[in-house]
Each structure stands twice: as structure tokens, then as C-alpha cells.
Design a protein around this ligand. Structure first.
Ligand code: F6P
Length: 343
């Protein structure tokens, strides 16, 4: 019986368990065996696995996170690990690997394919929605719904106390979460990494709003947004284990600056990992399920080196390397829509 391995890498994300469940259900029905590789690429380096049968995936559809665990392990950090991954793939008797992840995990998958480990299929995942070649990644819809609800709640205090409330959202170097949650939550200003922050403009929008009688405002800022002067705000100087900067903290600086320049009492809320937690929305469950089923179809048809993707309303497959070539930043037409409601 041919054996498929599946791993989930990078930040956890609502929708991963629906993918795992779909892969197992579809693969078993097609006569494959499935093994779960724990904690992303780390599990392939350490041969740390669990058998995935019908029982193992029963009841996981509504659960957030990933039953396989995850890590930001990059086998390309130590050249010897790349060979270990290739050797273990053979030792474990795998005929194919389904790698579920964002730009890091799929970037590793793409390199491994070029380095001779060809039998890989990618599944795009990230709350940031910044992967190219797919219109949406699962996890994003859940994240923006959580963020929208938080913005709704911030309105209560903002209005009662006549304050400006700044909500700092995730998204790394793309503004998708801030922009879509900002539109859905009725933000009065949305600041994203794609456009430098102009403090004069932000304050004039807020002052204009207050001068027409509104005594509160909501400002949504993406963690990766930068001031015109161009400095990125970091949580700490240390890089994460994949080698990325850890963003966070711009909301605080922004809030202080708004209060100083306008005199409006201002507070900040940093949503952080709350955006990534909890049960996936129906959209993310369905998207994860469709992508998982399609990934197994690709394995069955030996269409390796491909990534499953959502384009329009169809699930398609695209070259894996297309997904990681360039960051998918926000659609400026959508930003123009958000701007109609500024101030
Ligand atoms: O990529 C998803 C994401 O949540 C980003 O939005 C955020 O910058 C980062 O991961 C946080 O990473 P960690 O969970 O390692 O702190």
C-alpha cells in the first residue's frame, strides 16, 4: 500500500485540522495509508510520526490549531538536515508528502523539489493571506472575523469614554487582515505595510471626524506598517527560529503620537495570537476540506511539485514555486474602498 506523509509547518492556523481530516478521509478511500509527521519539518528530521486512521481524525473538524503540532524548523539552516529529510522520506517508506504551510514551509518544499525530493504537493495556509497564486488562504477568514468582533467591542469603550482606540492586528508584511477587518469593523483609519504612515494625514482625518461631532475613533494598524521615516517596529531584536523579525508594538507608538498631536485620549489593544486561535469559520472549514481532497487527487495522479489553490470559486493546482515567488500584498482598489469611510 502506498504511504502519504502529511505535515503542517509555520504558525498554527484555523483550518489545518479540516485539511488533515480531508486528506486522511480521501486518501484512505483511495487505498493509501497516511502518516502524520509531527511539528513540521522537524518531524521529518527526527522521524517523529503518528499513524493517521479514521479514528485519529474523528471530531477534529471544528478544532483550531493542528493535531500534528507545528514548528518553524527550516532544514536549510543546517545543510546536513536536507540530506536527513531526503533519507528519512525513503526510510519511512513514503511515496508522497503533502506539506501544509505558508511561505516558509512551502518555500522549503519548493527547494526540496529542486534538490531531488520531487514527490511533494503543497497546501497553502496562513492567516496573513499573503501567498501568491491563490485568492485566499484558509485561516484568514477566521482571523478577520475574530478581529472584526474585537473592533466591534472596542467601539463600546471608544464611544463611552470619548477615546481614540488603536487596534494592532497581525499580518506580517501584508495588510490583508488590517484592511479587511477594518472594513468589516467600520474602522475610521486603516494603516497597512503597503503604504507608509503619514502622521499629519492620520491626525487630520481624526480631527475632521471629531469636528463633525464624533467624540471617538477607531484606528486599525497592521503590525508591519511603517512610519514615513521607514522604521519597522519590532517586539525584540531576536529573530524567530525560521529567521524572521518578530513584529509588534507599532500600535503603542501610534497611540502615543495620536494623543500628543491631537489631544484626544488614546488607548491601544494588541490582538496578537487571539487572531489565530479557536474554531475555524465555515468558510475556512470548507476551503480546508476542498484543498485537502484536491491534494490527494494530485498525489493519486502523480502531479507533484504543485500546490492546490483557490482561484475564483474553483480549486485548481498551480506550480508550487509560483506561490512563494512574491508576497501577495493588498489590492489597492480595496484600500480605496476602505478610504471612503475614513474620518
Ligand atoms: O504568519 C502568521 C503570523 O501570525 C503573523 O501574522 C505574525 O507576524 C507571526 O505569525 C507571529 O509569529 P509567532 O506565532 O511565531 O509569534
Amino acid at each position: 500500500m502506498e504511504k502519504i506523509g502529511i505535515l503542517t509547518g509555520g504558525g498554527d492556523c484555523p483550518g489545518l485540522n479540516p485539511v488533515i481530516r480531508a486528506v486522511v478521509r480521501k486518501a484512505l478511500s483511495e487505498g493509501f495509508e497516511v502518516v502524520g509527521i509531527k511539528d513540521g519539518w522537524k518531524g521529518l528530521i527526527k522521524q517523529d510520526t503518528i499513524a493517521l486512521d479514521l479514528n485519529a481524525v474523528s471530531g477534529i473538524l471544528p478544532k483550531g490549531g493542528t493535531i500534528l503540532g507545528t514548528s518553524r524548523t527550516n532544514p536549510y539552516k543546517k545543510p546536513e538536515d536536507v540530506q536527513v529529510v531526503k533519507d528519512n522520506f525513503k526510510k519511512m517508506g513514503l511515496s508522497a508528502l503533502i506539506a501544509v504551510g505558508g511561505e516558509d514551509t512551502l518555500g522549503v518544499a519548493s527547494k526540496l523539489i529542486k534538490d531531488g525530493l520531487t514527490n511533494i504537493v503543497g497546501v497553502p495556509k496562513t492567516i496573513d493571506n499573503d501567498l501568491s497564486a491563490t485568492d485566499y488562504t484558509f485561516g484568514f477568514d477566521t482571523a478577520i472575523n475574530i478581529a472584526m468582533e474585537c473592533i466591534d467591542r472596542l467601539h463600546t469603550t471608544a464611544e463611552s469614554h470619548h477615546r481614540v482606540l488603536v487596534a494592532e492586528l497581525m499580518g506580517r508584511h501584508a495588510g490583508w487582515i488590517a484592511l479587511e477587518a477594518g472594513i468589516a469593523g467600520g474602522a475610521d483609519v486603516v494603516l497597512i505595510p503597503e503604504l507608509p504612515i503619514d502622521m499629519d494625514e492620520v491626525c487630520s482625518v481624526l480631527k475632521k471626524r471629531h469636528s463633525r461631532g464624533k467624540s471617538f475613533s477607531i484606528v486599525v494598524v497592521a503590525e508591519g506598517a511603517q512610519f514615513k521615516e521607514g522604521t519597522m517596529v519590532l517586539q525584540e531584536q531576536k529573530l524567530d527560529s525560521f529567521g524572521h523579525v518578530r513584529l509588534g508594538g507599532i500600535g503603542e507608538i501610534l497611540a502615543q503620537e495620536i494623543e500628543k498631536r491631537t489631544g484626544f485620549e488614546t488607548r491601544v489593544s494588541i490582538l496578537g495570537h487571539i487572531q489565530r486561535g479557536g474554531s475555524p469559520t465555515a468558510f475556512d472549514r470548507i476551503l480546508g476540506t476542498r484543498l485537502g481532497v484536491k491534494a490527494v487527487e494530485l498525489v493519486k495522479n502523480k502531479k507533484f511539485g504543485r500546490m492546490v489553490a483557490l482561484q475564483g470559486i474553483k480549486i485548481v493546482d498551480v506550480p508550487l514555486e509560483d506561490a512563494v515567488k512574491a508576497l501577495k500584498t493588498v489590492d489597492m482598489e480595496l484600500y480605496e474602498v476602505a478610504k471612503v469611510f475614513f474620518g
